[in-house]
Ligand binder design. Structure first.
Ligand code: F6P
Length: 328
């Protein structure tokens, strides 16, 4: 029998993602529903170390389901990586009489939770919140769908100007080491080529494909690339390389950057965040700990935090083939 949970802390940590507010709202209101106190922890683990807390009632989370960002703010704490930092954090939790925590974030957030749990046996449940969709144990992370829609909307706009000037655009999107955003937004926006870290198609193939596009009479071309090095080159080096080898193309680069993390969450992300938030509190009250709550085939499933961190969320490479057929 685990200890009785009377007060739950909630934090957002790591890169923010649209839908984090909807998740906070779900946690706060589920706590209220079960007569459990809820405490918001500001700035992730850094706020935890500093005891930067706020008691949250249902009304504190009114009208935030539609808001991007996170009302609790977010941070990547270096201090929490040290045992001294974690000792301070534990003391703050004890002082505030917090019995358990819901951690909303990605890999780094879950790793912090796991280490903390192993050192202090403190109940923690993770919710996957990141635009990258790179978490094992869920088909979708909170924020990913909104980011996809943002990227598709922007590429549509880039397409307008690209086609007016008969240009080739390289559009760099976020994703850290994962190509989920590039691949799915690329297919959704009808990109001619998609470069993702999971599949190195090589420079020759890229040139061949672009030649083929030109021959088939396309007025514009869009190549979507995941941030970081692609085929050994930065997006700007890649653009120069193509311009040198295919002088028939006038090339431009557009790096989308942090706009992908902002904006009002899509309905999908709001519903996902709400379902996962409710379940996280219910699991803590049932004595569960050290797991992440995710969505697999539209069912809520739990995964050990360790597996969520160590496991690999496989990308659907079949979409590359689909994209190839569509770019004929
Ligand atoms: O993990 C989310 C993410 O936006 C990644 O896609 C990106 O690589 C990184 O965070 C950027 O981090 P920062 O906001 O610290 O520059």
């Amino acid at each position: 029998m685990g200890k009785i949970i009377k007060k739950i802390g909630v934090m957002t940590s790591g890169g923010d993602a649209p839908g984090m507010n909807a998740a906070i709202r779900a946690v706060v209101r589920t706590c209220a529903y079960y007569n459990v106190e809820c405490v918001g922890i500001y700035r992730g683990y850094q706020g935890l170390i500093e005891g930067d807390f706020i008691t949250l009632s249902s009304r504190h989370v009114s009208n935030i389901i539609n808001r991007g960002g996170t009302i609790l703010k977010s941070a990547r704490s270096k201090e929490f990586r040290t045992s001294e930092g974690r000792a301070k954090a534990y003391q703050q939790l004890k002082n505030a009489e917090i019995d358990a925590m819901v951690l909303i974030g990605g890999d780094g957030t879950f790793t912090g939770g796991m280490v903390f749990n192993s050192e202090y046996d403190f109940p923690c449940i993770g919710l996957p919140g990141t635009i990258d969709n790179d978490i094992f144990g869920t088909n979708f992370t909170i924020g990913y769908d909104t980011a996809l829609n943002t990227v598709v909307e922007v590429i549509d706009k880039i397409r307008d100007t690209a086609s007016s000037h008969n240009r080739l655009f390289f559009v760099e999107v976020m994703g850290r080491d994962a190509g989920f955003i590039a691949l799915n937004a690329g297919v959704g926006a009808g990109a001619e080529e998609i470069l993702i870290p999971e599949e190195d198609l090589g420079l020759e193939r890229l040139l061949e494909s672009l030649k083929r596009s030109k021959r088939s009479g396309k007025s514009s071309s869009i190549v979507v690339v995941t941030e970081g090095e692609k085929i050994g080159k930065s997006v700007f080096e890649l653009a120069n390389y193509v311009e040198e080898n295919l002088p028939q193309y006038e090339v431009r680069v557009s790096v989308l950057g942090h706009m992908q993390r902002g904006g009002s969450p899509s309905c999908f992300d709001r519903v996902l965040a709400t379902r996962l938030g409710v379940k996280a509190v219910e699991l803590l009250l049932d004595g569960k700990t050290n797991v992440m709550v995710g969505l697999i085939n539209n069912n809520i499933e739990i995964t050990e935090l360790e597996n969520a961190v160590k496991g690999h969320h496989e990308i659907n490479k079949e979409l590359l083939r689909v994209s190839d057929i569509m770019s004929i």
